[in-house]
Design a protein around this ligand. Structure first.
Ligand SMILES: Nc1ncnc2c1ncn2[C@@H]1O[C@H](COP(=O)(O)OP(=O)(O)OP(=O)(O)O)[C@@H](O)[C@H]1O
Ligand SMILES: CC(C)(CO)[C@@H](O)C(=O)[O-]
Ligand code: BAL
Length: 299
């Protein structure tokens, strides 16, 4: 197993990145090396391992960051109980062949306290997840912008950043930020990893008991129903999928919509017609103590 190098300051991160990129370029000065950044909040699972695997397969140097970002939590209790498992995370990152792990303290990331100037996610950040977690996406974009600056190569290299499609609104907003604010990074989206029972992997799944987990499976079943209909060229019949979830005891649906995959604007109802183009089915539900999100690209 490779042991990733753990760095905790911006200066150490820059020095180690430069050293590894120079090593990757040595002997072939005409080849531009590639650097991948995989931002996480730790408590790593198979979903994260898949991001690391995708980054490892395509890049010379892979950096993962582990930082529970207080700016993106509107609920102090949620921040307080967010799982922190750095030793186990380092083992998973080692197995995944990651080169560098950046695990800064809060003081290192926000030396002057919470930043006064932040990235605004605009209107796209106030719907769906943003409607229930006010300020969440401003907090996400602010920390991701900082991580892009801190992890970016200081020597000639291509820079890529990897995000999971499980957080569909997050990755759509990060793509917009990169385009709108001209960040020099290529955003790569990685498909959702599911457990064998169909539940999308999430650090918060550990808070579900067996009954709650069983109830939560209705979410992936409802999304699969839409995927099957879209694949068969049939009308989606979203209301029937919504009804399937609503009828499940212990699951309180927050939203379930079919939206444009880039803008996340709702698409008009199918009016008995098959889908006319790519779409994203997006949902969130409360199951016991946990709020779960899931989605499916259609068809
Ligand atoms: N099941 C999954 N499949 C693919 N990517 C995932 C999955 N779960 C998380 N990711 C991605 O991993 C990155 C880090 O996510 P994060 O650390 O918040 O994990 P998480 O499991 O989503 O946590 P939580 O669900 O508690 O918010 C994000 O880009 C996220 O989309
Ligand atoms: C992208 C991210 C690491 C920013 O804190 C976080 O929102 C996450 O883990 O998805
Ligand atoms: N994956 C999104 C991180 C959060 O729930 O804050």
């Amino acid at each position: 197993m490779n042991t990733p190098r753990l760095v905790t300051t911006a200066a150490e991160l820059r020095a180690a990145t430069t050293e590894l990129l120079n090593k990757a370029a040595a002997g072939n000065p005409s080849r531009v090396p590639t650097l991948a950044l995989v931002p996480t909040m730790g408590a790593l699972h198979e979903g994260h391992a898949s991001l690391m695997g995708a980054a490892r397969a395509d890049n010379d140097v892979v950096t993962a960051s582990v930082f529970v970002n207080p700016l993106q939590f509107d609920d102090p209790a949620d921040l307080e109980r967010y799982p922190r498992t750095l030793d186990a995370d380092l083992e998973l990152l080692g197995r995944a062949g990651v080169d560098l792990v950046f695990a800064p303290s809060e003081e290192e990331m926000y030396p002057g306290g919470a930043p006064l100037v932040r990235v605004s996610a605009g209107a796209m950040g106030t719907r769906w997840e943003g409607a229930v977690r006010p300020g969440h996406f401003d907090g996400v974009l602010t920390v991701v912008a900082k991580l892009f600056h801190l992890a970016a190569p200081a020597v000639p290299a291509r820079f890529r950043a990897y995000f999971g499609q499980k957080d569909a609104q997050q990755v759509a907003l990060i793509r917009r930020m990169v385009a709108d604010l001209s960040f020099n990074v290529e955003v790569v989206g990685v498909p959702i990893v599911r457990a064998a029972d169909g539940l999308a992997e999430s650090s918060r799944n550990r808070f579900l008991d067996a009954g709650q987990r069983q109830a939560a499976l209705v979410l992936s079943r409802a999304l699969q129903l839409l995927k099957d209909r879209a694949a068969a060229g049939e009308p989606l019949d979203l209301p029937a999928a919504v009804e399937l979830v609503s009828a499940q005891p212990g699951v309180e649906l927050d939203y379930f919509e079919v939206v444009d995959p880039q803008t996340l604007e709702p698409l008009p109802g199918d009016a008995g017609q098959p889908l006319a183009g790519p779409a994203l089915a997006l949902l969130a539900a409360r199951v016991g103590p946990v709020r779960l999100i899931d989605n499916a690209l259609l068809p």
